[in-house]
Design a binder for this molecule. Structure first.
Ligand SMILES: O=c1[nH]cnc2c1ncn2[C@H]1C[C@H](O)[C@@H](CO)O1
Ligand SMILES: [Zn+2]
Length: 372
């Protein structure tokens, strides 16, 4: 049993994953064919996947986001949205994800005549069918885009669908020059409706963005939050000397951080993975979660993100159980459902694997032992 197989098998929870950032290359090719979309560079799925990843791995968010032009271009019909959502659920099952919160921006799918409501209904249809077939739980988050003016409308849309599977509202897109405060009416609408908010912040812009997201916009979770490290004073060895008021607040209020390790390297939020503040956040007991962000652009899966955490941050089996429980605690579904996942799915899943590892290690020599 390899570490990779163990990490793939254990139950995982994914809170930050973009539906339009996770299409299968083969699906993009087929959907493009159907609508005669000519802008793809190749019809070879492997080459196409590599092309998306090369395009994204440029070290800045603006270029990282360019690939979405192509994925959203082939997601303009009800059928394509259903298909992409359904396949995402199948991919989650293969990756050992037991609960996923996926997100997309309805306003980017109106080019061929769909209304905002149609896009949400189609995605929910695909997700529900996926849940039936693959047994993976889901919640849908609707994204307003920072550079668009209709975020209030999207917030209203999210609330309108709260009984049908939409669990929250997010703000995505280019961060520099588009502070979350500009969308305050959307966030206040969500707050007055007692609904859920997560905001991309502290990825391509500094700690001020995180502060605004929490203290102006009422974010319950933060997408990325990488640059919260700017509010933590470290000594030369990387030990924490002091927390600023914001970091202390995030820590004390247990605000969940949706960490996306590989994506942060590709967008340049960190220069290299070794320098990602995740290790410090985790050690200092912030409520961190691990996520994929954009599986296509970042060529990743939850298993890969966990492998990355093993390799660079020395996480062990117990750490992953803790992080997975952190994620489930932070999900936007009702408390009772979260408890169900924690006590009936996650804990038994980890216990079962623990027993398998023990019996495996008992029959193997010292050198062949796998993580524990
Ligand atoms: O990492 C990201 N930061 C900000 N915005 C992002 C990121 N990944 C994807 N998006 C944008 C592009 C998508 O079209 C949109 C909705 O999923 O969200
Ligand atoms: Zn994201």
């Amino acid at each position: 049993m390899t570490t990779e197989l163990i990490l793939k098998t254990i139950p995982k929870v994914l809170l930050h994953d973009h539906l339009d950032g996770g299409l299968r290359p083969q699906t993009i090719i087929e959907l493009a064919d159907e609508i005669k979309y000519k802008k793809l560079p190749t019809k070879d799925p492997i080459e196409l996947g590599e092309w998306f990843h090369r395009g994204a791995n440029k070290g800045n968010l603006v270029e990282y986001l360019q690939g979405f032009e192509h994925t959203t271009a082939v997601m303009q019909t009800k059928e394509s949205l259903i298909r992409v959502a359904y396949e995402m659920m199948e991919d989650m099952k293969k990756d050992g994800v037991v609960y996923v919160e996926t997100r997309f921006a309805p306003a980017l799918h109106l080019e061929k005549g769909l209304y905002l409501e149609d896009t949400v209904k189609a995605v929910l249809e695909g997700l529900e069918k996926g849940k039936e077939d693959f047994g993976v739980g889901y919640g849908l988050i609707l994204c307003g885009m920072r550079n668009m003016k209709n975020s209030l409308e999207i917030a209203e849309l999210a609330v309108n669908f709260r009984r049908q599977g939409v669990v929250g509202f997010d703000l995505a897109g280019e961060e520099g020059g588009y502070p979350p405060k500009k969308h305050i009416d959307a966030f206040q609408f969500i707050q007055r409706a007692n609904f859920n908010i997560t905001i991309h912040a502290g990825e391509a812009f500094g700690k001020e963005s995180i502060w605004q997201a929490i203290q102006w916009c009422g974010a319950h979770r933060i997408g990325h939050a990488t640059r919260l490290i700017e509010d933590i004073v470290l000594d030369n060895e990387g030990n924490v000397v002091a927390f600023g008021d914001l970091a202390q607040y995030v820590l004390d209020k247990r605000i969940p951080l949706e960490i996306c390790l590989l994506s942060n390297v590709h967008t340049g939020a960190v220069d290299k993975i070794e320098n990602h503040p995740f290790g410090i956040f985790y050690r200092e007991k912030f409520r961190v979660t691990l996520n994929t962000d954009d599986r296509l652009m970042s060529d990743t899966t939850m298993t890969k993100e966990f492998m990355t955490a093993v390799k660079y941050f020395n996480l062990n089996f117990d750490d992953f159980e803790k992080i997975t429980i952190n994620s489930m605690k932070s999900a936007f579904i009702p408390y009772k459902e979260r408890l169900h996942y924690i006590y009936n799915v996650i804990k038994p899943g980890y216990q079962k694997m623990r027993e398998q590892i023990l019996s495996f290690n008992n029959i193997k020599g010292e050198n062949e032992k796998v993580i524990q």
